[in-house]
Write a protein of this length. Structure first.
Length: 403
């Protein structure tokens, strides 16, 4: 059975500046790659130069929207200083999207900070919130009258976990106390940023919608001899990791839609109440190239769970990295089936963005894992449409999902 979506449905792809643009040398990540001897982002996909060509390809794939992020470190190279030429660059980016009929969804913070920001204690210092707000205001001002979809932070809990608990991302802390401090400051920055965007857009008679992207996983107890305790940990993770922040911001009336990033299922073993990720090989799900348990029905389950917030939902990321081409198509179709089923069950889904438009720099893992609708040759910077992207293009054109 096929279901038709509303004509306003956003069919898109997502990308982030640091992962695609290349040469973001003022960013904390640039220094981190060197310090930790990681594969370096270097030119990345050279998207900084090739953005218009990439948008043309996106349009050829019948997409009608694109999620991208602004690199804070570029536009704000030192405290209190904004670069006119970099602001002009992003003005051109947005104009190029609008010209091609791609509805822009802007992310303001996608895991990276200016190097100078981290050198003054970054998110650990409450005084630094003002720096973020100054940057936010600059961007809101730059795009007055043009942007109505905003994601202030991408996956704040993932950022905190990797940067302040696991210590695998800059600033490389491993402390619960620091994690709490940084998260508190990010939440304050979000709430103040939310108000700023709404205030400015009200003046321009734009009904802007503001949110943060939330990474949600299906947590399940590992079915070993300890299933009962494992399931208890999975339950706690679900409450704490998946819904807590959405709930908190909604109660503060500061969430206009849910921006959902969904990729996979995670099996949990009991280790304290919150448990730990279980790496056994006894699970039945297929694993992708990164070892993630692929569970498309989970997207349906999550969407139904989110219905209780009574907010519109945009799926701001869903995708995979595979070693075989046909797995991409299987992943896409099965996840879209979940979207269609949830839609039929009355979930207010406004859009779907594949992660990612381009193969790109996958943080500490480098360039090996490829998520792109467009395969990138990192030597020549040529782009090639993956076979499953053609299937996606047909779906976007028809605006119908097979369920
Ligand atoms: C992040 C992206 C990342 C992707 C795949 C998402 O959670 O927002 O930056 O590349 O996952 O790992």
């Amino acid at each position: 059975m096929r279901i038709r979506l509303p004509s306003s449905f956003l069919w898109g792809a997502a990308l982030s500046s640091y992962q695609c643009e290349g040469e973001n040398s003022n960013s904390d990540w640039y220094a981190w790659e060197k310090e930790k001897n990681l594969q370096q982002s270097g030119r990345a996909c050279d998207h900084y130069r090739l953005f218009d060509r990439d948008f043309k390809e996106a349009r050829n794939l019948n997409l009608n929207s694109l999620r991208f992020s602004i690199e804070w470190a570029r536009v704000n190279p030192s405290p209190g200083v904004f670069s006119d030429s970099e602001l002009e660059h992003y003005r051109l980016v947005v104009d190029a999207l609008l010209k091609r009929g791609l509805h822009p969804l802007i992310t303001l913070h996608h895991f990276t900070n200016p190097l100078w920001f981290n050198q003054t204690q970054g998110w650990l210092n409450p005084k630094n919130i003002d720096y973020f707000l100054a940057y936010l205001k600059k961007i809101v001002d730059l795009f007055r009258g043009k942007i109505d979809l905003w994601v202030v932070f991408n996956e704040p809990l993932v950022y905190i976990y990797n940067s302040f608990i696991r210590g695998i991302w800059p600033p490389g802390e491993k402390s619960f106390k620091s994690a709490k401090k940084a998260l508190d400051n990010i939440i304050i920055a979000y709430l103040l940023g939310y108000q700023e965007i709404k205030k400015a857009n009200k003046k321009d008679f734009i009904n802007s919608q503001v949110s943060f992207s939330k990474h949600v996983r299906i947590f399940s107890g590992c079915p070993d001899f300890n299933l009962f305790l494992n399931s208890l940990s999975a339950f706690c993770r679900n409450q704490q990791f998946n819904f807590w922040l959405i709930d908190k911001l909604q109660k503060k009336k500061s969430l206009d839609f849910i921006a959902l990033n969904y990729y996979c299922k995670e099996y949990v073993s009991f280790k304290g109440l919150l448990g730990t990720e279980c790496k056994h090989k006894i699970h039945k799900e297929r694993r992708n190239q990164l070892g993630w348990d692929i569970y498309p029905e989970g997207l349906f389950e999550v969407l139904l769970d989110l219905k209780r917030f009574e907010l519109p939902i945009i799926i701001t990321e869903n995708g995979t990295a595979e070693s075989e081409d046909n797995f991409y198509q299987e992943y896409l179709l099965k996840h879209l089936k979940s979207v269609g089923k949830a839609f039929l069950s009355g979930v207010d889904i406004k859009g779907y963005f594949w992660w990612s438009l381009l193969d790109n720099f996958e943080w500490e893992k480098g360039f090996k894992h490829r998520f792109g609708l467009l395969a990138v040759d990192f030597e020549t910077m040529d782009r090639k449409v993956r076979p499953f992207a053609k299937v996606y293009a047909e779906i976007c054109k028809s605006n119908e999902i097979e369920i």
